[in-house]
Ligand binder design. Structure first.
Ligand code: KG4
Ligand code: ZN
Length: 345
């Protein structure tokens, strides 16, 4: 067996999804997800303690289902990978403990991996294009950045990040104000379909000439949130779908403006969009238009692989195995706030 065909099982538990993916090299064999999102919905956000317990309950079955979907047995697995951070620490520990137990029992290598790197690595599945180099727009519930990915497992440069809320967080907060429920991204995406994106002119954060001097590739969404709240307060007869669509347009415009500018300026003609917000239908459509216009090759994972999943963890584990990287020491520490410059623990 070539290292590049290794069977890797990946476990993801950083937030509210208990997820297991299995890959053979770059081929996706199984992707099973059990979400505790409904248990958190009435609190309007993920409750860490509830998430950890849900992971413990779901884990055995999710692993079994993934093995069955991939038609392999646990003895066939060549290496294990698990999200070691960033994420909710109690939730992460359920994943790292489960993965460590499996690796120890099966006497196989284990890779503790970075959740953010994993979001990008999923782009390598089921295709044979080169992953590196690329500019990555990474937009999730906790992070929003523009990255220069020279080599995903060893050389990633952060060109810019959000200076306040993450893009997904902005969707979640506005959805709460509009009483659209949690998580807010998919709800606003749907609501916006019947709205007019040009109905209300909301601010495009950090795009003025003076902002660009210091914050060329940074994002800010807190001013947008304030602008939406103000608009609602002074417009009692507001049309919700128009607010959703106009808010979404403001976020998507800024994300793409800066990501495409970065690709052009750095001189890398591939743009990968990854993370939960990459599931947004307007972002996907406008990204294609803008990338075509700029002569940039655009890659966005299939929608079900944008939000948290186990396939992405297996994908980065598989890249590590193929490159012959050293596995993590058993007992490595999960880290709730680790940055993308630490892809493998
Ligand atoms: O990557 P992810 O699943 O978890 C984190 O690592 O944070 O991202 C979750 C975020 C949430 O804020 C959610 O509202 C957002 O991604 N999201 C979306 C869409 N689907 C999920 N945002 C906009 N449009 C969507 N269709
Ligand atoms: Zn994520």
């Amino acid at each position: 067996m070539k290292n590049s065909d290794a069977l890797v099982l990946g476990i993801e538990t950083s937030c509210d999804e208990t997820a297991v993916g299995i890959v053979s090299g770059r081929k996706l064999l199984a992707n099973v997800i059990s979400s505790s999102v409904e248990e958190h919905a009435r609190f309007g956000g993920v409750v860490p303690e509830i998430a950890s317990r849900a992971h413990l309950e779901a884990m055995p079955n999710v692993i079994k289902q993934a093995l069955s979907e991939a038609r392999v047995s646990i003895e066939d697995i060549d290496a294990f990978a698990v999200t070691a951070g960033p994420g909710l620490i109690g939730a992460l520990l359920v994943g790292t403990s489960s993965a460590s137990g499996l690796a120890l029992a099966m006497d196989k290598p284990l890779y503790g991996v970075n959740h953010l790197s994993a979001h990008i690595a999923v782009d390598s599945l089921n295709s044979d294009h080169e992953l590196n180099p690329a500019i990555a727009l990474l937009v999730s519930g906790g992070h929003s950045s523009i990255l220069q990915v020279n080599d995903l497992t060893s050389d990633v440069i952060t060109l810019g990040s959000t200076i306040d809320d993450a893009a997904g967080e902005a969707f979640d907060k506005i959805a709460r104000i509009l009483e659209l429920g949690f998580p807010g991204g998919p709800a606003i995406d749907l609501d916006a379909k019947s709205g007019n994106p040009n109905a209300i002119e909301f601010p495009r954060g950090l795009t003025l000439a003076r902002d660009l001097v210091e914050h060329k590739y940074d994002f800010s969404f807190s001013g947008l949130k304030t602008a939406v709240s103000r608009y609602l307060a002074k417009t009692p007869e507001y049309i919700r779908a128009d607010v959703s669509a106009s808010f979404q347009e403001a976020v998507v415009e800024v994300l793409l403006l800066k990501a495409i500018a970065a690709a052009k300026e750095v001189g890398i003609d591939t743009l990968i969009i990854a993370g939960g917000v990459a599931a947004n239908s307007r972002l996907r459509a406008l990204a294609q238009e803008r990338a075509d216009k700029a002569g940039i090759q655009l890659r966005i994972p299939p929608m079900n692989l944008c939000t948290d999943n186990g396939a992405m963890v297996a994908a980065i584990g598989s890249l590590a195995v193929a490159k012959g990287l050293r596995p993590s020491e058993l007992g490595f520490e999960a880290n709730s706030s680790s940055g993308i410059t630490r892809p493998i623990f």
